[in-house]
Design a protein around this ligand. Structure first.
Ligand SMILES: O=P(O)(O)OC[C@H]1O[C@H](OP(=O)(O)OP(=O)(O)O)[C@H](O)[C@@H]1O
Ligand SMILES: O=c1cc[nH]c(=O)[nH]1
Ligand SMILES: [Mg+2]
Length: 209
């Protein structure tokens, strides 16, 4: 069974509250999502292996820790996941970036795929799939399936808010995929929106509606 990591850090929770606030406009919303994504990246990478290396300081020689050959691919689910990429890349600048275009049909709530491109060496990389909202879970279940079909084996999901329904769906279809996020909310409303949630993340990021 996959693990669900809820990041309770005060900075993450404070910024999430600002993002939920209906008065927060696109500029601040984008900045906050990038900042929270950076903080979640800190947790996602906590178990990355390090090795002891020798380093010369201006005064002497000592030892330090360095990451061992970790190769990462960041894969946002368009559109809203794009808002998380900058935060991840600030901490993992050498990561390659894939894109998965999926929108949720407003009537059926089923995911519709319209564009996918991921690094060719994705099988050798730790894959971080990013999408701020995990509602029914349909979109993220499809995105993980796509990455697995392309050879991806080590996959983690980074999100902002999930509904319990979405987490159950992800665990059922992909029990090997851990999730890192800022909050698990109460439930979905009759239109498949997360309650209390923050509304439509893509629209709030880009000022569409
Ligand atoms: O868990 P699900 O029920 O699949 O819903 C979540 C999906 O819905 C939103 O995308 P949306 O369809 O609004 O596309 P957008 O990001 O382009 O606005 C969100 O960013 C997720 O991708
Ligand atoms: O609450 C929700 C559900 C799906 N997509 C969003 O952006 N928000
Ligand atoms: Mg949207």
């Amino acid at each position: 069974m996959s693990a669900i990591h809820v990041i309770e850090h005060p900075l993450v929770q404070h910024k999430l509250t600002l993002m939920r606030d209906e008065r927060t406009g696109p500029k601040e919303f984008r900045e906050l999502l990038e900042e929270i994504s950076m903080l979640i990246t800190y947790e996602v990478t906590r178990d990355f292996p390090v090795e002891t290396v020798e380093v010369r300081t201006p005064l002497t020689t000592t030892t330090g820790k360095a990451l061992v050959g970790k190769k990462v691919a960041v894969v946002p689910i368009l559109r809203a996941g794009l808002g998380m990429v900058g935060g991840v890349l600030q901490l993992i600048p050498a990561a390659k970036v894939g894109h998965i275009g999926i929108y949720r049909d407003p009537e059926t709530l089923r995911p519709v795929e319209y564009y996918c491109k991921v690094p060719t060496d994705i099988a050798e990389r730790d894959v971080l799939i990013c999408d701020p909202m995990l509602a029914t879970g349909g979109s993220v279940v499809e995105a993980v399936r796509y990455v697995k079909n392309r050879g991806g084996r080590s996959i983690r999901v980074m999100a902002l808010i999930a509904a319990p329904e979405g987490l159950r769906a992800l665990q059922e279809h992909h029990p090997d995929v851990d999730v890192y996020l800022a909050a698990v909310d109460e439930r979905l409303d009759s239109h498949g929106y997360i309650l209390p949630g923050l509304g439509d993340a893509g629209d709030r990021l880009y000022g569409t509606r």
